[in-house]
Design a protein around this ligand. Sequence first.
Ligand code: HAM
Length: 423
Amino acid sequence: MISAPRGTQDFFGDEAARLSWIEETFRRTALLAGYSEIRTPLFEEASLFERGVGEGTDIVTKEMYVFEDKGGRKLALRPEGTAPVVRAILEHDLLKTQKQVKLFYAGPMFRYERPQAGRYRQFHQVGVEYVGSPSPVVDMAVILLSVDFLRELGLSSFTVKVNNVGTFEDRANYLKDLQEFLRRRTAELDEEDQPKVDRNPFRVLDSKKPKTRDVVKAAPRVAAYLSKESVAHVARVMDYLKEAAPHLDVTPDPYLVRGLDYYTRTVYEVTSPELGAQDALLGGGRYDRLFETFGGPPAPAFGFAAGVERLLLALRTRAPERPPILLYFVPLDDEALKESAILTEHLRERGLPAQMDYDVASLKSGLRHANKSGFKFAFLIGPEELLKGQGILKRLSDGAQWPVSLNADAIAEQLKLRQEATP
Ligand code: HAM
């Protein structure tokens, strides 16, 4: 038998309902804040991520699904959403007509990572990008938007970790010194981290390996290399957050470096104690130079993306959101089956969620199913009812029943009446 590829999942039943609900909650939150939706292709030119996310990052060197299409183009399944959004803004010249562009997206991303709880090869992100303002107020607003979204989902225990990674210029000097330091001590690092010393020394900083962490403690800190403006920017973001959300748990984290090279100054992650090793619910930051990296005009920007599977894990105990299911039809012969199918359609047109199974059941098994599945009412139609033109509406909580004409308006009216009177 063929199974789903390693690191991918099928979503169905309650889990699929929760996933949709998370995405819908995100859409509502983003739309309310004035963002509009963008959908970009699931694959792009591989060079978009090589240049945008960074040639030395794990995402690009190890995790990207790269393939050649039949025309010989080198393409990649998108590992993240920011570089594609920036490409689309440039391609469609969106900054020409609007000074600030606010976009949100939701969809699958692909990274060839070692699968574990909360880490998959195909996963879903929801995210926003706010383009066109260098103000630290934007950093505050987007961070708070991401927190609002988590609260809308009913999550409350989480920490916002913030760091300042400086501008590209701040970082260039720092990386030289950091690399020199790490080169002297490469042998002491965890084996897994040793290749990063040459490729991307920054990433050694957020290693979770104890051996590496010991060395990193003594490494030079980026804070000492930041320009005055960079320091002031993130200090303002922290002040604004404190003022706007005094009870929010915001913690500076000097080891937070993120896995993408495009960030400048503010970076942040929201982590949840309910998750295991993969504890980041969402992450993001400022990226003031990415548009220029792609040959566009300077356009400062800030964004975040959340991992839907991580949210699902954090919400594990929560019941799925479903429309309330009210009425279940129990047809007792073929003619009643057809009549029930027409009535359910007419009721749905009136916004009443009525359901049925398209086969004839016995009264007993029909009622048992209705009870088990959480319906509030059953509607019984057999040969006798068809003859009289009246079915039987049965309230399942107490067994009370009423004859009702075989007509959607009459059923809707009775339902309303009897529902309100439910003991
Ligand atoms: P990221 O931190 O790479 O940032 O991913 C954002 C979130 O996606 C993570 O916090 C995590 O919840 C989820 N995620 C990442 N990898 C996986 C995986 N393999 N399995 C399950 N979930 C995962 C970005 O992607 C940036 N584009 C965010 C951003 C937007 N920065 C600025 N704008």
